[in-house]
Design a protein around this ligand. Sequence first.
Ligand code: THU
Length: 137
Amino acid sequence: MSESAPNFDALFATARRAQIRAYAPYSAFRVGAAILDDNGAIHSGCNVENASYPVGLCAEAGAISAMIAAGGRAIHAVLVLGDGEELVTPCGACRQRIREFAAPETPIAIAGPDGVRARFSLAELLPASFGPANLRT
Ligand code: THU
């Protein structure tokens, strides 16, 4: 368990390494994501596009898959890194993907090339969300 404050510098460095390897020949918009899990381990992902455009995967989805494959079961922090002037906040589908493994207060840091630009909680990005507990009848 990692109860201390997330090390966003480590998350940024990990996301940067993934962003460089992104496969984004169609949008040319490279994204890297890093996740801190409940074991204190950091997992990364990058966007992987496809000639059949809707089949492409977001960086966050890859990072979640890496976490689960490595044995992590809870997300303690997320950092998403993209280029450009705008904040690269997770898309709607990825907010829900993060929601499956994260508490409402989980920090989601949004970074540009020079570092973290903004920080949100999951609840700010996905209020009144639907999660595993909603299926318990
Ligand atoms: N993308 C991500 O990987 N994560 C985000 O949070 C936003 C968007 C990717 C999907 C696509 O490959 C490219 O960025 C342009 O939308």
